[in-house]
Design a binder for this molecule. Structure first.
Ligand SMILES: [Zn+2]
Length: 250
């Protein structure tokens, strides 16, 4: 996102009715926490053994990733750096590093990964509409889900946290699962699942979500997001969210 436009990838409008309905849905699903750890051994994290919320448990089955096709969309790239925050790296570099880590984890789990960009360039080429190019890659693939990775900006430098956006239908469940996974893994502030009128979410055919990992306008979060360990943690959070999604919605 651009530095001068707080929280802006496009026009964001919160529809209160939709929000209330989705919160209600979320409550009814009553998703808890995982009961096992299916992460690759070298990247393993300890997940709580018993984590019941209310009367139901969130299913956790990493095998549910097997054979899935995941479209990973690292935001920006090339001449478009995204947010140049106050940390060492611009958004485009952070999200690409996260995307590569995530790709490795997903492939280890037996999923197939399609990247809308795998290097520092603008998808579709310098003169192409990069948003259209991202959607074209996704829609011409057999992708089961689409995950766009970004980092955030706000003029208020005290703001921190993770937000996941959806545009329609099944995308809500994907965004909700990703939000849980990322917040659990990073321990970041949970800014919630929000409706976002983003081009890439509107135009992709599969369930789609856009995650804002943290704020490059906040010194602490910007510094963390520029480190490899935190980038790997963020990837693990998205991975965890995808396990949640396919374990419970697949
Ligand atoms: Zn962005």
């Amino acid at each position: 996102m651009g530095k001068s436009r707080p929280r802006a990838h496009g026009v964001l409008q919160a529809n209160p009715l939709v929000t209330v309905l989705l919160l209600l849905l979320s409550f009814m699903l009553n998703l808890g926490s995982p009961s096992g750890d299916g992460l690759p051994p070298e990247q393993g994290v300890h997940l709580p053994e018993t984590a019941e919320v209310g009367t139901s448990r969130l299913h956790w089955d990493p095998a549910s990733l097997k054979g899935r096709v995941i479209v990973i969309d690292p935001g920006h790239g090339g001449a478009n750096p995204g947010t140049r925050g106050i940390g060492a790296q611009p958004e485009k570099d952070i999200v690409l590093a996260v995307a590569w880590d995530l790709k490795g984890m997903l492939e280890y789990a037996g999923a197939q990964v399609i990247m809308t960009r795998d290097g520092d360039y603008s998808p579709g080429g310098q003169n192409a509409n990069q948003l259209q190019a991202r959607v074209r890659v996704a829609n011409s693939s057999p992708g089961d889900v689409y995950v766009s990775i970004h980092s955030d900006w706000n003029n208020d430098s005290s703001i921190t946290g993770t937000t996941s956006y959806f545009y329609s239908g099944e995308g809500y469940y994907l965004a909700d699962a990703l939000q849980r996974g990322i917040v659990e893994e990073l321990g970041s502030r949970n800014l919630g699942v929000r409706w976002g009128n983003y081009y890439v979410l509107r135009n992709t055919k599969m369930p789609a979500a856009l995650v804002e990992l943290g704020f490059l306008s906040n010194k602490k979060e910007a510094n963390l997001l520029s480190t490899r360990p935190y980038q790997t943690k963020a990837a693990r959070g998205i991975y965890r969210g995808l396990v949640y999604y396919f374990s419970n919605r697949g």
